[in-house]
Ligand binder design. Structure first.
Ligand code: AQP
Length: 335
């Protein structure tokens, strides 16, 4: 058996709904690169998920290319991983239909993301928004992924993917691997800088709520200076100090310092000093991503070469899964 076959498989995706935030980066994407040697990694820009919310077509196209370049700038090596654009592999959508027939209406209606997004987009509560988690299950199960690196907000969807896989296996015989979530210990849920009870989101209307990973140093520091905190002056991690807890988690994630070390570092100093230090540490941490992205986005031919090869590899892997699934459910062979 070759080494590649013996490796466990990882799948993860990210929506091209705007420039990635510090939340996407710390909670998900920065953890993807280090896994490339140990695992068979498959990473996707999930544009089909993005259209569950209204997108301006030209902007979506541009965001998708930029998201792909960002993926590479964040350390995904298209030679060591399969990196592709979701709509380039139609097997995801095909499998999604089969899996939707093993998904219950009730379980989809319990999904937090559906509730939040259908409130936010109350004029367009479309069926795609409702069945989003089934497509996500198909993304993962099409590769029989063992592990899915995600932020804490996607845990509920991953649990649903496991339930769908289990139900399919029960109906048709053991087939799908039940995927495990891989959630980082620090930074699994980066919160909004303007409302630290809400997660940081690409599509937040308030640009000060979010650090975008392509923001320049001055912008990053300015946004941290404006971050909502509390009326105390002690930098420590404690219940009720949502704003400071969030800044401490971010600082810890980019510097590797523990909460105790951070508290000691800022003892006797005010929030102002702490906010500037967090801003500087984040900006310095993101500098290589900004530089890498600037080069990659200029080379459209290279990007195309990478995402085309990625899609071909992804298609081959998943066609085999889909053929077996079709046989299992009782469809007549096409040839
Ligand atoms: N605030 C966050 N903290 C930690 N992890 C996060 N992720 C998202 N927000 C945070 C993780 O990033 C990965 C990709 O997310 P996505 O783009 O597929 O969708 P999302 O979770 O809906 O992200 P956004 O930024 O909130 O996008 P919009 O605004 O378009 O809905 C996932 O692993 C997610 O957990």
């Amino acid at each position: 058996m070759s080494e590649t076959i013996a490796k466990k498989t990882i799948f993860s995706g990210i929506q091209p709904t705007g420039t990635f935030t510090l939340g996407n980066y710390i909670g998900a994407i920065r953890n993807w690169g280090p896994l490339q040697d140990e695992y068979n990694c498959i990473y996707s820009i999930v544009d089909m998920h993005a259209i569950t919310v209204r997108q301006e077509p030209a902007k979506l196209r541009q965001n998708t290319l930029e998201a792909y370049a960002l993926l590479l700038a964040c350390g995904i090596d298209p030679k060591r991983s399969t990196a592709f654009i979701q709509s380039h592999n139609p097997n995801h959508a095909e499998l999604s239909w089969i899996l939707s027939c093993s998904t219950q209406f009730g379980e989809l209606s319990r999904m937090t993301q559906f509730k939040v997004k259908s409130e936010k987009h109350s004029d367009d509560v479309n069926a795609g928004l409702f069945t989003y988690p089934v497509l996500m299950a198909a993304d993962i199960l099409a590769y029989n992924a063992d592990l899915v690196p995600i932020g804490a907000d996607q845990k509920q969807h991953l649990e649903l993917a496991r339930n769908i896989a289990g139900r399919f296996n029960q109906k048709y015989g053991e087939f799908f691997t039940l995927p495990e979530p891989y959630i980082p210990k620090t930074g699994a849920r980066v919160m909004s800088l303007q409302d630290p009870t809400k997660k940081m989101s690409k599509s937040d209307e308030n640009p000060n709520a979010c650090i975008f990973i392509l923001d320049d140093k001055d912008t990053i520091i300015r946004k941290f200076k404006r971050a909502v905190t509390d009326s105390e002056a002690e930098v420590c991690y404690r219940e009720g100090k949502d704003g400071i807890n969030n800044l401490m988690s971010i600082y810890s994630a980019v510097t590797g310092k523990s909460f105790d070390e951070i508290t000691a570092e800022f003892a006797g100093k005010g929030y102002g000093d702490f906010k500037i230090a967090v801003g500087e540490a984040v900006a310095d941490h993101l500098e290589p991503v900004r530089t890498g992205f600037a080069k990659l986005i200029e080379d459209k031919a290279y990007l195309k070469e990478c995402y085309t090869a990625g899609a071909e590899a992804a298609f081959k892997m998943t066609r085999k899964t889909l053929s077996k699934v079709y046989r299992k459910v009782g469809f007549v062979d096409a040839r």
